[in-house]
Design a protein around this ligand. Structure first.
Ligand code: SAH
Length: 346
């Protein structure tokens, strides 16, 4: 239902304390309510049993608690789980739980739709509808943490911002969500277990470096040749590789944190020696590793995964140049949960 009341979870602890003080109550009440909202996951003011009924009513009159709701949950035959998450305004985003023998990784969304226009990605076809709020990002993580405990008997171990959306186009909210995820009042996770993936927005990469963030950075590179990259990722026209390179050098100088390049190899697009040479050269600018991702078809057949020989050629050349390369097998393909397949189909 449409409401003009403010989402109480948009308030920081300090703001909540101030609110109570203004109401003539004790600032400490703000701490109690904050704890209910963030540590105890209260969905309604009535849950807050150590708060008086009058105060609960006053909160009810002023605020709403917007919680996400897992609308549908699909399980892949490889164990991957995809959640279609309904937001308070009815829009849907998706998040994915990826289990391995030793880890559970949550792949979370940062926007409804996406600001960018990568030709090979299903999310890009949705266009950006809105940014997610910090609590909407945080709630996706909590939902996956709960599923991990339920189905795999262990808490979530890693988070990747590789769901729907471009995290650096919703930077402030992503940072607030990560602050909550890493704080002892939230999930207390180490930032080293969190990776933010971006198509590469140079000025935001520099800002992150200036802000001293402690999480990992992944770049969806896919080509180290401007003309090729612009064909498949048209925004590259505005943020050419030279600017990206400069931003990454800046990032490394400030953070000393290695970069991961995400890379898909497609037939007839980036499968020649020239493409490989350009990647090898790009990898020498800043300490990095390359993750070769399997292509997940999104329908029209315009893009096709390159041959095993082409992939092997990439691997051999990178390794010969002492660049670490991993090949990432796709997970959850049967439920459209793999990279680039998130598009509200469920
Ligand atoms: N916008 C951010 C976050 C999305 S991450 C970014 O671009 O990094 C999603 C990852 O999956 C990106 O590396 C993206 O390039 C990749 N991807 C998109 N579509 C894909 C597809 N169909 N198959 C495989 N990987 C894909």
């Amino acid at each position: 239902m449409a409401t003009t009341k403010k989402d109480i979870r948009a308030l920081s602890k300090e703001q909540l304390r101030e609110f109570f003080e203004k109401q003539g109550d004790k600032a400490f009440r703000g701490n109690q309510v904050y704890e209910w909202l963030w540590q105890k996951g209260a969905h309604s003011f009535d849950d807050m049993t150590n708060v008086s009924i009058e105060t609960r009513q006053m909160l009810e009159d002023n605020f709403v608690i917007n919680h996400i709701k897992v609308d549908t949950m699909q399980r892949s035959n490889d164990g991957t789980i995809k959640n279609a998450v309904r937001l308070h305004d009815g829009l849907i985003v998706e998040s994915v739980l990826i289990p391995t023998k030793t880890r559970t990784t949550a792949c979370v969304s940062s926007q409804v739709g996406c600001s960018l226009d990568c030709k090979f990605c299903a999310t890009a076809r949705l266009k950006r509808m809105r940014n997610l709020n910090p609590d909407e990002i945080y709630d996706q993580v909590v939902a996956i943490d709960n599923e991990s405990k339920l189905y795999f008997k262990r808490p979530l171990s890693n988070i990747v911002f590789m769901g729907m959306g471009e995290p650096l186009m919703n930077y402030n909210n992503v940072i607030k969500a990560i602050d909550k995820i890493t704080s002892e009042e939230g999930l207390g996770m180490s930032p080293k277990r969190i990776t933010v993936s971006t198509s590469g927005v140079p000025k935001m990469i520099k800002k992150m470096a200036d802000d001293g963030v402690k999480f990992n950075l992944a770049i969806s590179l896919h080509s180290a040749i401007d003309e090729v990259r612009t064909t498949i990722m048209p925004f590259n026209d505005n943020f050419p590789l030279e600017d990206l390179r400069e931003a990454l050098e800046y990032w490394y100088a400030k953070t000393k944190s290695k970069i991961s390049y995400e890379y898909v190899v497609w037939n007839g697009i980036n499968d020649t020696q020239k493409d490989i040479d350009a990647l090898v050269k790009f990898c020498k600018y800043v300490p990095c590793k390359v993750n070769i991702i399997e292509y997940n078809p999104i329908d029209d057949g315009e893009f096709q995964q390159a041959s095993p020989e082409a992939l092997q050629n990439y691997i051999d050349c990178l390794e010969k140049n002492r660049i670490v390369v991993n090949v990432r097998r796709s997970r959850g393909k049967d439920i459209d949960a793999a990279c680039g397949q998130l598009a509200n189909k469920s």
